[in-house]
Design a protein. Structure first.
Length: 354
């Protein structure tokens, strides 16, 4: 298996489970420095109408500070000063489990469970319009995960392929299928698609509440634009804390809407990213040393997405999605390994502002 395919497939698995979804697009539509675009933001003093938002759509202007595609060597961000006690407070997720046996703080990919409950906090059947006012959501399963709060899986109008996830508060979290159609040209630009999409999304998402939008194109078939994947998000202190994403295809279909709302209160905190880099390097080196993975020696790692605040193992953490880089021997070339997530408790990275 080629390294690039191995990384892409593994990162897709990681981010599919964690709903962290900026890492695994095959072909960025825009150059990296153009992807993070500042959207008009709403304020209590001056509400922004949908028409004003549409008029102001520019998808290639500004970018937030981020870690994307930056490389960190162990020499510069070495783990020497990180204690064993602190390392035990960090969790790792991803990679083939057979290569990391019995590592104490590894979260297995199989830890996501789907169970049916007789009693749940939400009604067994709910009325929630997706495609029409008559739509009914019928409870099927509860999704238990070490990441985030419990989710509840419903199907639309008892059609098994039409899966909808709700939060424990009954709010929409994900529509996991192509659920709508908008009128767009197959030759439309991202801006032209956005001008129609944003008005359509108002039913579920207020795009003006997000600071940034990324646009990715997964494919470029000869007959149209393929599909545009829109990701809306907010960033504070260099960390993503809430997000919405949706895909539009060149036949006008809209699908896979996902909403992740930030719940951690981080407005009064400052995150120490330099410390985070050292902790990530230390955790990866500890993993490689403890498991003696095929004689690999860790030399560096590369970040793939903006770090994100998530609920993990009972507390708020910052998730750093990275690809370790290693040598198989002293004289061998540096290769990129499977993508992994390192979860650092927020309490280890912040200083409260007085």
């Amino acid at each position: 298996m080629k390294t690039s395919k191995k990384i892409a497939g593994n990162l897709a698995l990681l981010l599919g489970v964690c709903l962290l979804c900026t890492a695994c697009r095959n072909t960025p539509l825009l150059k990296p420095q153009q992807q993070g675009t500042l959207l008009p933001s709403s304020t209590p003093e001056a509400s922004v109408s949908a028409e004003q938002v549409i008029e102001d759509i520019v998808l290639t202007t500004k970018t937030p500070d981020s870690f994307c595609n930056l490389q960190y060597s162990l020499e510069e961000h070495g783990p020497a000063l990180v204690s064993a006690e602190k390392l035990k407070q960090l969790y790792v997720y991803g990679g083939p489990p057979e290569e990391y046996p019995q590592y104490e703080t590894l979260i297995p990919t199989a830890m996501v469970e789907f169970v049916s409950q007789r009693e749940i906090p939400l009604e067994k059947q709910l009325s929630m319009p997706i495609t029409s006012e008559e739509d009914r959501l019928i409870y099927k399963k509860t999704v238990l995960s070490p990441f985030g709060s419990t989710s509840y899986q419903y199907v639309l109008n008892n059609e098994s392929e039409k899966i909808v996830l709700l939060t424990d508060k009954g709010e929409l979290k994900r529509i996991s299928y192509k659920f709508a159609w908008i009128e767009v040209s197959q030759a439309a630009t991202p801006e032209e698609v956005a001008s129609v999409l944003y008005l359509f999304l108002q039913k579920w998402v207020d795009v003006s509440s997000y600071q940034y939008v990324n646009v990715f194109s997964v494919s470029h078939p000869d007959y149209g634009f393929g599909d545009y994947h829109f990701e809306f998000y907010n960033v504070i202190d260099g960390v993503l804390y809430d997000q919405a994403e949706v895909t539009v295809y060149d036949d006008g279909t809209v699908g896979y809407l996902a909403i992740t709302k930030g719940e951690a209160s981080v407005e009064n905190l400052q995150i120490d990213h330099s410390k985070a880099r050292t902790l990530v390097a230390a955790k990866l080196q500890d993993l490689y040393s403890a498991c003696d993975i095929e004689g690999k020696t860790l030399v560096s790692y590369k970040d793939y997405v903006i770090p994100q605040i998530v609920w993990c193992k009972g507390e708020w953490c910052v998730n750093y999605t990275v690809a370790p880089e290693y040598r198989a021997g002293a004289q061998s070339e540096v290769k990129t390994d499977y993508g992994m997530c390192v979860y650092i408790p927020l309490r280890l990275l912040v200083d409260e502002k007085k």
